[in-house]
Design a protein around this ligand. Structure first.
Ligand code: CAO
Length: 281
């Protein structure tokens, strides 16, 4: 995923070499052989390196109902009242995912670490990184690119939304500044904006963990409710907005239980965003 961060530092100056777009459907009327684009070359190298890492996957389903409510309140109040003065006009889901992810990460610093001197198990060390530079997989006209938002642990949801907007606008022009592509520490990928529920993500060699977000769907689930007549608890089918989250982690140093505990912490924040305010200074 972070192939651009590692390999291609000159995005604006490097037009795609292929005549066949990689991100949209194109009709090929006759057979054609084209060189890999510079983005594809970088992805080729980084992903080949990635697949040498023994990794594992983990998935769970999170309820989005309260984040949707939270987002709607912000969009209907904050943005409605200050619309003309603000650089962005609304907030999407991503800043909430990013902030809750970083808040959960504060209790699991190993997931934000990297392995150094990894060639030999006797010299290998873990570098714990205090900055949460969260890479955002971005679908741009030039292809997949992964800029990162620096120091998310110190940023508000509004600041994250502004940064994301800046990166998205630059991504549309294939003009993401090289500094935004460097020094990522962990990655989030929201594939659900396009479709699909699960992803089988691949972690890059400079990071230990990555999480992918699927499509938010309205689905029926059982819930325990108080029966008004009997006063007893009973099961009821209710509609919920649900999203599947898929993780990939480096199994050389991260175990499944750590990712499962981290996921439970992140899930709790997404399902109860009021908890975010408890640590506000
Ligand atoms: N499920 C359903 N709807 C979603 C969603 C999800 N998971 N994520 C976002 N949406 C909705 C938003 O709410 C918004 O709807 P409204 O306009 O009605 O509010 C709409 O989709 C557009 O959202 P956005 O453009 O504001 O996007 P975002 O901030 O949520 O995400 C970004 C930004 C950069 C993550 C996304 O545009 C993107 O590029 N995703 C693709 C990532 C990718 O390619 N991953 C694969 C990597 S492996 O090859």
């Amino acid at each position: 995923l972070n192939y651009v961060a590692k390999g291609n530092r000159n995005i604006k100056a490097t037009p795609l070499l292929t005549s066949v777009p990689t991100t949209t459907a194109a009709t090929v009327s006759k057979d054609e052989i084209v060189k890999l684009s510079s983005l594809q070359k970088s992805m080729f190298k980084t992903m080949t390196r990635s697949l040498q890492i023994p990794h594992f996957g983990y998935s769970d389903e999170y309820c989005m109902d309260k984040i949707i409510e939270f987002k709607n309140i912000i969009n209907e109040n904050f943005f409605k009242n200050n619309r003309d003065e603000l650089p962005i006009k609304k907030v999407s889901f991503m800043p909430f995912f990013i902030k809750t992810f970083s808040t959960a990460l504060l209790d699991f610093p190993v997931l934000n670490a990297t392995i150094i001197d990894a060639e030999d198990v006797n010299t290998a060390k873990l570098h714990y990184r205090s900055q949460h530079n969260i890479g955002i997989a971005m679908d741009t006209p030039g292809g997949l690119i992964v800029p990162n938002i620096k120091n998310v642990q110190e940023k508000s949801i509004f600041e994250i939304a502004q940064e994301l907007h800046r990166l998205q606008e630059a991504g549309k022009q294939n003009a993401i500044p090289p500094a935004d592509l460097k020094d990522g520490t962990i990655t989030l990928s929201n594939i659900g904006i396009i479709g699909g529920e699960f992803l089988n993500p691949v972690v890059v060699s400079s990071e230990l963990c990555l999480a992918a977000i699927g499509k938010i769907n309205r689905l029926p689930r059982f819930e325990m409710v108080n029966d008004e007549k009997s006063g007893r608890l009973r099961e009821k089918v209710v509609a919920k907005s649900l999203v599947k989250i898929s993780f990939c982690a480096d199994h050389r140093v991260i175990d499944g239980a750590t990712v499962a505990r981290f996921s439970e912490t992140w899930k709790n924040l997404i399902e109860n965003p009021v908890l975010l305010s408890f640590k506000l200074k």
